[in-house]
Design a protein around this ligand. Structure first.
Ligand code: DGI
Ligand code: FE
Ligand code: FE
Ligand code: FE
Length: 186
């Protein structure tokens, strides 16, 4: 499928505000891909599809996780389920076979230790795209242009602090493991 066709299909699948967010992630990923020498097309496809499962009802997300043998996610917040399911949908319904692209979608919410450059780009672009206004986002926008690992470390620190303050007890272990891995870059 050509990028324009893919974009049309995604547009028809998402509410307008989420599609706007997605286009913000695409643009941000393009800039980072150029800067950090990642294949532009991989960044565009991963960004376009990263939230493709965001509006599936929880019972459908649950079904898809079980069918794909990814039950561990069910022990954690439903807010993270759309990421692994997004990778499943990208493969099954969009014919994506590039494992790096699929991983970038799968880990865009939690992160994980030792991410590929593409994974880091999607993880960060999701956090810093122009529509985002959370506290500290400008610092991470600046860091993203200087040092990807440091930007990832800071994003994980901010996300964990935010989740703890919301008293979300069940922070996903990939998020914690990623934080431990990237902590030295802070
Ligand atoms: O889908 P988006 O809104 O674009 O962004 P996202 O995929 O990064 O989702 C982030 C939401 O997930 C945010 O509200 C925080 C929440 N969340 C819940 N549990 C966890 C979590 N995020 C991380 N990183 N780790 C968790 O364990
Ligand atoms: Fe998401
Ligand atoms: Fe995110
Ligand atoms: Fe997103």
């Amino acid at each position: 499928m050509k990028l324009k066709q893919l974009q049309e299909k995604v547009k028809n699948q998402l509410p307008p505000t989420r599609y706007e967010h997605t286009l913000g992630v695409v643009r941000t990923s393009e800039i980072l891909a150029e800067k950090y020498h990642v294949l532009l097309e991989s960044a565009q496809v991963a960004a376009l599809l990263h939230d493709i499962a965001k509006y599936l009802p929880n019972n459908e997300l649950e079904e898809k996780l079980i069918a794909a043998n990814e039950m561990e996610y069910l022990n954690y917040s439903p807010l993270v389920w759309h990421a692994p399911v997004g990778a499943i949908v990208a493969q099954k319904s969009y014919g994506i076979i590039d494992q790096d692209v699929l991983n970038a979608i799968k880990y865009h919410t939690t992160g994980r230790p030792a991410m590929s450059t593409l994974e880091k780009i999607i993880f960060l672009a999701d956090y810093i795209e122009p529509g985002r206004i959370q506290p500290g986002v400008d610092e991470i926008r600046n860091l993203s242009g200087q040092d990807l690992n440091r930007a990832v470390a800071k994003t994980l620190a901010n996300t964990i602090a935010y989740l703890k303050q919301k008293s979300s007890a069940d922070i996903h272990p990939d998020t914690m493991a990623a934080y431990e891995y990237y902590y030295d870059y802070l």
